[in-house]
Design a protein around this ligand. Structure first.
Ligand code: NDP
Ligand code: ZN
Length: 182
């Protein structure tokens, strides 16, 4: 991914790959938005709010939910995008064989030990999900559940602090809107 044409091609390839993998999925908001909006939002946050130009981080952001939420395998990502991108996606992938509360606790515990690339993707994921929670939350969530999600996100991001002060400030701006959750 050295020359500019190669970088653009790689990012477009990741977008096309993720769009195909998530093609039948929807987000949990009342309008059931297309799932692909979310991975693209992560890359947008990283590139255009965080100034991140590292193509491996941008590709991993676009691909971040493919292993967790589709049939995509790590080997498949490695074949198409290389070992480095695949390893970042794996770092941000929950083990769905574990019980939900264990998975949530594991995210808190793992955050500080992740690579910088994975920490950036995680931070963007939490920013995008809090934005969704504020603007287009899951239709059936009570205000208590939304607040619990915000508190948990805060705990995960506590372990990511020092990675990117600008994006952490964006996250803090969303936390400060807690009262809008009802
Ligand atoms: P879920 O994991 O079930 O749902 C949140 C995830 O859904 C996000 O991380 C995001 O994941 C995805 N998502 C899709 N659409 C949206 C959207 N519009 N807005 C935000 N996220 C979206 O939630 P949790 O289990 O984390 O529940 C939240 C909190 O509530 C937890 O702290 C839990 O303990 C508590 N809880 C409460 C229950 C209750 O009935 N009161 C029941 C279960 C949990 P991604 O980026 O991967 O797509
Ligand atoms: Zn996500």
């Amino acid at each position: 991914m050295e020359n500019p044409t190669g970088v653009a091609a790689q990012i477009i390839k990741a977008a096309a790959f993720a769009a195909a993998k998530h093609r039948n999925q929807r987000r949990k908001d009342a309008e059931a938005s297309p799932y692909i909006n979310h991975p693209i939002a992560l890359a947008d946050v990283l590139a255009n709010e965080g100034g991140i130009a590292d193509p491996s981080v941008l590709c991993a952001a676009i691909l971040h939910d493919t292993i967790e939420d589709t049939q995509t395998t790590p080997a498949e990502l490695e074949r198409h995008f290389g070992r480095h991108v695949a390893s970042i996606v794996l770092e941000v992938t929950d083990d769905k064989s574990l019980e939900k509360q264990v998975r949530k606790q594991r995210q808190i515990e793992r955050a500080p030990h992740s690579s910088r690339e994975a920490r950036l993707v995680k931070l963007a994921d939490k920013i995008c999900n809090l934005r969704d929670l504020l603007s287009s939350p899951p239709a059936d969530w009570s205000s208590e559940r939304k607040r619990a999600y915000l508190d948990w996100s805060d705990q995960v991001v506590a372990g990511l602090r020092g990675t990117h002060p600008g994006l952490e400030a964006v996250f803090d701006g969303l936390l400060a809107r807690r009262d809008e959750l009802g």
